[in-house]
Design a protein around this ligand. Sequence first.
Ligand SMILES: [Zn+2]
Length: 186
Amino acid sequence: MNDALLEALRQQAAGGGGLEGALAGMAGDDPALGLLSQMLAQREQTLTQDLETQQREEERLAALARAGEEARQLDELRQLEEERRQTQRRVRLERLRLRLEELEDELAGCHALLDGLALALGACPSCWGEDPGCRLCRGRGQPGFVRPEAAAFRRLVAPALEAASFPIDHRPFAGCETPELERRPL
Ligand SMILES: [Zn+2]
């Protein structure tokens, strides 16, 4: 083996390359060295192509991984947003439920007060005489429709009459503290 070939092999073994060029330079008329040079060139081309293919595949896999991670993060954000909306919806519903309970209590209080006033004024507690289709009074249940209930009258009406300096005659209620409703014939 000549010195040039030996030096080229040393450089190749050390990772420096150059064997193919050295062989091509020495090939001259030696068909064996020429063939070896061609084989080395083809081998290097194949390795280069394999390396490029591997790099492309690694880049493709890395891009896929990035896309997967972005999709996962996007999905997490969507879930967080949905949870936030559901929490807000629950809070709003709870507020509405509490407000509804308050309104129901207020309405029940208003109905109780109106029922007491209807008793005190002898009015129809259902329509106060404003509904011709009322099953209780057929629209004639305005105040005075029946005898006012004594206790309710004294509690709700008498103080107002006294404040207005109207004379109050308690005789109609004598002996009738809890009178039955006296409905006029319908
Ligand atoms: Zn009525």
